[in-house]
Design a protein around this ligand. Structure first.
Ligand code: ATP
Ligand code: MG
Length: 283
């Protein structure tokens, strides 16, 4: 249902992000997107929502060419998508129910219909009893649940989650994951889940796209960060890369670490590639 084909993108200020980004997401799929900070994960989300337009290549959503959409057609297209962000983006002067009704009323639904649907999605995220509360009176996890309810109110075909658990403690993150998995299973909404959280990716194994160097570094069927390659582990230890708490890249199942300088990352990548080549030639 979503296909990136050789997408090239740079920001107006000249920052190059993607050279050739290609991947497909099928209907109902759940896909993690990982990659080091600045790799372009959020930019990818912006390309999907048409906040950014590719310089070359194409983005197809069903048979709609997203990069070529006329301005006036964008709002209608976006209704087929739901987006959840790290910082919730709730309307502070509206209560939970009103936050949801607000997005429903932008469509041509009748008032009563909007109310009914708003209550329904609040129930789905276990917030039925908080309908009249304002965002400031909710916990972080509850705020994110409200943001999710709002994102799915219009029954999107695709829900994009850009680090929705980044500001939440582990317990709340678990709760959010359960809800998003439930939405995926019960409504068939496809999910693109951008995250830095290695616990989530390791424990709830799913397809994982790894973004780096302006392209897809790996597309792993069952995801997970692997820490199996002894050589790589030794290399990292030898180089005293202990500040590398965050694992973000993968290359053919090998570990690859972020929070390194770009140069160190490149060196590590080159070394890994050389090893792979030698292995192949040797055996
Ligand atoms: N509005 C902008 N104008 C210019 N450059 C930008 C803009 N937004 C992001 N960038 C740059 O584009 C690159 C990709 O940024 P992006 O936000 O997509 O990364 P990310 O993978 O989401 O990172 P993070 O994990 O930190 O959220 C970075 O080099 C960033 O500095
Ligand atoms: Mg980001």
């Amino acid at each position: 249902m979503l296909e990136f084909r050789n997408v090239r993108y740079k920001y107006p200020d000249g920052t190059r992000v993607f050279e050739k980004l290609s991947f497909i997401v099928n209907e109902g799929e759940f896909v993690y997107v990982i990659g080091s900070t600045g790799a372009g994960k959020s930019t990818m989300a912006k390309l999907i929502t048409s906040e950014a337009v590719p310089e070359a290549g194409s983005i197809m959503f069903y048979n709609l060419n997203v990069g070529r959409l006329k301005k006036r057609k964008i709002p209608l297209y976006r209704r087929q998508l739901g987006v959840v962000y790290q910082d919730f983006k709730l309307l502070p002067d509206k209560n939970c129910l009103e936050n949801i009704i607000f997005v429903l009323e932008m469509t041509d639904k009748r008032k009563q219909e909007c109310r009914t649907r708003a209550r329904e999605v609040l129930r789905m995220v276990n917030l039925a009893d908080k309908a009249n509360k304002f965002p400031k009176d909710l916990s972080g996890g509850e705020k994110q649940r409200l943001a999710i309810a709002r994102a799915i109110a219009n029954k999107p075909k695709l829900l994009i989650c850009d680090e929705p658990t980044a500001n939440l403690d582990p317990e709340m993150s678990e709760e959010i994951m359960n809800i998003i998995e439930k939405i995926n299973k019960e409504t068939g909404t496809a999910i693109i889940f951008i995250t830095h959280n290695s616990n989530i990716v390791n424990e709830r194994r799913k397809r994982t796209l790894v973004i780096g160097g302006g392209t897809i570094v790996a597309d792993l069927k069952e995801g997970g960060y692997h820490l199996q390659n002894e050589q790589v582990r030794e290399f990292i230890e030898k180089e005293e890369l202990e500040e590398t708490q965050m694992i973000t890249g993968l290359l053919n199942g090998d570990l690859f670490i972020s929070n390194l300088s770009e140069q160190k990352k490149d060196d590590l990548l080159i070394k890994l590639l050389k090893e792979k080549k030698d292995e192949k030639q040797g055996g």
